[in-house]
Ligand binder design. Structure first.
Ligand SMILES: [Zn+2]
Length: 142
C-alpha cells in the first residue's frame, strides 16, 4: 500500500480518473483475521461512473485468498473476484431493488481505499469454503 491516502467520495466520482493498485492481505486487519493465512494481495480498481444519473464508483477486486476447508480443515487457496457499484445518493423512491451488487451510500459518505477494498473482500468471502472434489484430504481414505 502506498503512503498516499486516497479517499473515494462524491468528488472522486466527478473525476475522470480510475484508481488501481494492490493491497496486501496483511495490511487489512479484519480480512487477515477472517482468512486462514495472511499471504497474498488483492488487486483493486475503482472507476468513477454515473448510475442512474448519480455519482457512483465501480469497485472491482481480484486476488487469491487462503481459507480453511470446511471438510478436512486443511488450507485452501482460492481465487476471488468481486465487483460492486457504490452510488453516492439516497435510493430513488421508485427504486425497488438495489440488486446484489449495488449499494446506495449517502452523498456525503467518504471511504478510505483500503477500507473499501477490505469491506468488499469480506462481503465476498465464501460461507463454507471446500476443496474441489478429488483435492480434499477428506476424500482420501486413511
Ligand atoms: Zn479439504
Amino acid at each position: 500500500m502506498s503512503a498516499r491516502t486516497s479517499v473515494v467520495d462524491v468528488e472522486f466520482c466527478g473525476r475522470d480518473e480510475a484508481l488501481a493498485g494492490q493491497v496486501t492481505v496483511a495490511h487489512l486487519s479484519l480480512l487477515r483475521e477472517a482468512v486462514a493465512k495472511a499471504d497474498g494481495s488483492l488487486s483493486y480498481e475503482i472507476v468513477p461512473l454515473r448510475f442512474g444519473g448519480k455519482p457512483a464508483v465501480r469497485v472491482s477486486l481480484r486476488g487469491r485468498l487462503w481459507h480453511t476447508c470446511q471438510r478436512c480443515l486443511g488450507d485452501l487457496e482460492a481465487e476471488m473476484s468481486a465487483q460492486r457499484i457504490l452510488v453516492f445518493a439516497s435510493p430513488p423512491r421508485d427504486f425497488e431493488d438495489e440488486g446484489e451488487n449495488t449499494d446506495f451510500v449517502g452523498a456525503d459518505a467518504s471511504f478510505d481505499v483500503s477500507a473499501l477494498v477490505q469491506e468488499e473482500a469480506l462481503l465476498s468471502l465464501p460461507m463454507a469454503p471446500c476443496h474441489q472434489q478429488g483435492q480434499c484430504r477428506a476424500d482420501v481414505p486413511g
